[in-house]
Ligand binder design. Sequence first.
Ligand SMILES: [Zn+2]
Length: 70
Amino acid sequence: MAKKKSSLKGLGARYGIKPRKQFTQVHNILKATRRCPDCGSTQFGRQVVGIWLCKKCGFKIAGTAYDVKL
Ligand SMILES: [Zn+2]
């Protein structure tokens, strides 16, 4: 009889514990509230990978994939 494996949330059980922790950390960084360096609005976030955009004033900046470096 085969043993039943327990599935975990997020990426599933196939990647091991370390990548799953990193995934959670990256996800939290990505979803964190940021302020626009130009107008101070909190409607500032990642538009696409590497491009960060302020929805209020349209300020656009190049950052890294998961975080802004100013
Ligand atoms: Zn702005």
